[in-house]
Design a protein around this ligand. Sequence first.
Ligand code: NAD
Length: 330
Amino acid sequence: MKIKKVTVAGSGVLGSQIAFQIAFKEIPVSIYDINDEAIIRAKERITHLKDVYTEEIMQSEKEIEAVTKGVSLHTNLLPDLTEAFEKYTDDAWSKINQAIERISYYSSLSEAVEESDLVIEAIPEVVSIKQNFYKNLNQIAPQRTIFATNSSTLLPSLFSQDTGRPEKFLAFHFANEIWKHNTVEIMGHDGTSLEIIEEMYQFAKEIGMIPIRLNKEQPGYILNSILVPFLQSAQVLVMKGVSDSETIDKTWMLATGAPQGPFGILDIVGIQTAYNIIKNYADTSNNELYKKLSIMLKEEYLDKGKLGQESGEGFYKYPKPKYRQPGFLS
Ligand code: NAD
């Protein structure tokens, strides 16, 4: 089966990015979220992503110009580089404009999935929310529809029975800022059919991602098996009073040459998702450290509206994104 229509459920930080990237690659997308207010925010995020993609392409054009300037090729022997690049960038410009038109919005799940070949779930990292979602989704989605979870840390086997179609269910995990960090980790559970894994592997390539296939289930895949403990270690240092977030980021960046430190990354991920992950760990283990960390994130950040880069403040302060400013869509 060729995937011709996709539903993305949950239009937050990652869901909106996934939807835009798929639409950019010329596949129609339905966005589903819980109510009209969430749909308004989804539209704002998608409009903002159009700006992000526009800036990225403008930047690429500048870089191409710098590289091709002064390069003289025998155009009778080799293609004219500037012309070739212009063709690609013109194509990208028209795809950006058409992407917006390929996205439709629904607060009714049954309408959103009616004709979908694939549902990508990007709803909160909370087991009960995802379980209820899959039970409901199974009742209303066409039998042929593949379900994929973008969960950061939860295993697909946790939900496979709720989906009612374990053989057509797997994890398909994107990284944040997918236009530049374009990997997808593909991870089945024991009952996922190999055919579906292969199909999703091809689909990942079709939407401009680099597919990374895991051999077996692993909480956190490859990326988050490394990233989550890294981010948590940094938070523990602050909690124990060893140092502050800025000094920790500075140390990491200077000593390793990394472009961001752990707290800069946490602000991009979003404090809500970081909190959900730690809260799951705290609830499923007796680890006091996780409990303390989850309380710190809730009281010091979530309760104060400091949700990370998106809200204008997390561990650091940021200019408020344009789409968060009053009247952005009007
Ligand atoms: P988010 O909080 O930004 O967005 C969640 C969205 O889900 C919101 O739009 C919310 O309205 C919606 N929602 C809530 N309950 C719902 C329900 N019952 N049905 C449908 N929609 C519902 O979260 P996020 O950071 O985008 O994370 C979503 C998923 O993607 C999580 O599983 C997370 O682990 C995963 N993920 C996040 C990142 C990241 O960097 N933020 C990276 C990779 C994967």
